[in-house]
Design a protein. Structure first.
Length: 93
């Protein structure tokens, strides 16, 4: 579990260096490739942090069970919300 979550966290950190927010991290969006490495998939709700649709929106997006408390009450989405989702995945494992 630790190795898997390190890979997910590393992938998320890389995404955030590109100012990319996933906005729907959950176990179904983490797959293993043929070598057993974790890959984050399904970027349908993702956005670039600087994009107006990402930085201005207060609309709830994502899966409720992995949504941060701040996002659940309608605050703007940020990278910390992706980190919260990773913590939820870890707790579930």
């Amino acid at each position: 579990v630790a190795a898997l979550m390190r890979q997910v966290a590393s992938g998320l950190a890389y995404m955030h260096t590109l100012n990319l927010q996933h906005r729907d991290l959950k176990p179904a969006n983490v797959m293993l490739d043929s070598t057993g490495r974790a890959k984050i998939i399904d970027f349908g709700l993702a956005c670039v942090s600087s994009a107006s649709r990402c930085s201005r929106t207060k609309t709830k997006v994502g899966t409720d069970a992995y949504m941060s408390p701040e996002k659940a009450i309608g605050k703007r989405y940020g990278p910390a919300d992706d980190v919260w989702a990773v913590g939820c995945i870890l707790a579930e494992l």
